[in-house]
Design a protein around this ligand. Structure first.
Ligand SMILES: NC(=O)c1ccc[n+]([C@@H]2O[C@H](COP(=O)([O-])OP(=O)(O)OC[C@H]3O[C@@H](n4cnc5c(N)ncnc54)[C@H](O)[C@@H]3O)[C@@H](O)[C@H]2O)c1
Length: 417
């Protein structure tokens, strides 16, 4: 079997952790049980570019048991869990992913996954899809469709579709309510705090934490950091998001002002050079910067590198840059997704829903082969509500349902004051 991972002997450790994650993934378990019987992905070649974690391994098993001929590669150079990769290989799933791989290896791995000649693609950030469209155009005709996991990937794919460049249909899994309401908010919220804590062991209580971007991820990060006792400052460019942050009880100000007072800066914007030279110039000695947005471009690290007179690694995932005036600024996890670089990414319980959406959307694409023209599609409402219903059930939470009278009232307009 063709694969490229760090160390196959890590498989047993990986297997145990994958089983541990599975205990918090009851919805994926139910889907897996049905997929074993129905084989909805039978014989379908799938290339999946995802963070290679224990949660992803559970999705991979569901796809494999659904009959898929699956190959995996990493969706970020720093997010791979090498033991999970080893377990996947042991289960006969070709995997191309090594934690800490350089950019060249990262793209080599994406190309290896594409050599599988996929009929379905699963992407997280759209690097697989854009590589296929740029460098492997011959493959595109055979692709039934794809799914995209994250906000940044969906933005890139919509831009491709707008330019008329997208050649097959893709479902924006990120945009499902059962994905971004929970994964982006609670998952990124908790795991970002976890990543920064594991990397630095800082005390959050009393710290001034600057959250750049008050979208789904930013909201989660701000609320969790506040829960740890931090003072929160939100930086935004969107007036509505800024207003929401203000009414949620946070200070809101431009980054150039926040830069002077912040202790910890966290970017969750999906944008480029959000923290830049002007901000580094006024930051306090000891400031810490971390990113939880998809790409490592949110903090302009090359500019910081040029400003610094020296750089050293203080501990794993903590780089100290010393400026000419003696101030020490710190970048965590090379500016890559800190929750995956220094911690384990999202807890399994939220990935249960995101990956249930993924599995059901892949099944949907196969069932609707040839019916969807190249474009970016929302997750079908039926799938979204089914995943929500199954998750509630798994959590033993019952809810009310509408009475006949209420159904009629809500569907009418005649009755008023
Ligand atoms: N770390 C993870 O595991 C994880 C999980 C989910 C999503 N993501 C990534 O996180 C990023 C954010 O995702 P989201 O779902 O929160 O997106 P979102 O669109 O809900 O929010 C982004 C926010 O950032 C703001 N913004 C954009 N440019 C800005 C700037 N220059 N300064 C200040 N604010 C700015 C926008 O106005 C918006 O409110 C994306 O890159 C996404 O792919 C990461």
């Amino acid at each position: 079997m063709n694969y490229h991972i760090k160390d196959k002997s890590l498989a047993e450790h990986g297997r145990l952790r994958i089983e541990w994650a599975s205990r918090e993934m009851p919805v994926i378990k139910l889907i897996r049980q049905r997929f074993i019987k129905e084989k909805p992905l039978k014989g379908i070649r799938i290339s999946a570019c995802l963070h290679i974690t224990t949660e992803t391994a559970n999705l991979a098993l569901a796809m494999k048991e659904g009959g898929a001929d699956l190959v995996l590669c990493a969706s970020n150079p720093l997010s791979t869990q090498d033991d999970a990769a080893a377990a996947l290989v042991e289960w006969g799933l070709p995997t191309f992913a090594i934690k800490g791989e350089d950019n060249q290896t990262y793209y080599k791995h994406i190309n290896s996954a594409l050599e599988h000649k996929p009929q379905l693609t699963v992407d997280d950030g759209a690097d697989l899809v854009s590589t296929a469209h740029r460098e492997k155009k011959k493959l595109l005709a055979d692709i039934i469709g794809g799914t995209e996991e994250t906000t940044t990937g969906v933005i890139r794919l919509r831009n491709m579709a707008k330019d008329g460049k997208l050649k097959y249909p893709i479902i924006a899994v990120n945009d499902a309510k059962t994905k971004h309401f929970f994964d982006n908010r609670y998952g990124t919220g908790q795991s970002t705090i976890d990543g920064i804590t594991r990397a630095t062991n800082v005390l959050w209580a009393g710290k001034k934490v600057v959250v750049c971007g008050y979208g789904w991820c930013g909201r989660g990060v701000a609320r969790r950091a506040q829960g740890m006792g931090a003072w929160i400052i939100v930086v935004e460019v969107d007036p509505i998001a800024a207003l929401e942050a203000a009414m949620d009880g946070y200070q809101v100000m431009p980054l150039i002002e926040a830069a002077k007072i912040g202790d910890i800066f966290i970017t969750t914007t999906g944008d480029i050079s959000v923290i830049d030279k002007a901000h580094f110039s006024v930051m306090k000695d000891g400031a810490i910067m971390a990113n939880s947005g998809h790409f490592n471009v949110e903090i302009n690290i090359p500019a910081l590198g040029k400003m610094a007179k020296s750089k050293r690694q203080m501990r794993p995932f903590v780089d100290e840059y010393v400026l000419a005036d003696g101030r020490r600024l710190h970048i965590l996890g090379e500016g890559r997704l800190i929750n995956l670089a220094a911690a384990e990414g999202h807890p399994a319980s939220v990935m249960d829903m995101s990956f249930a959406d993924q599995a059901l959307c892949l099944e949907y694409l196969v069932k609707n082969k040839g019916k969807l023209k190249p474009d970016v599609y929302p997750v079908p409402e039926k799938i979204d509500s089914e995943v929500g219903r199954l998750k509630l059930k798994a959590m033993n939470i019952n809810i009310d349902s509408l009475t006949k009278e209420q159904e009629k009232y809500l569907a009418s307009w005649e009755e008023g004051t």
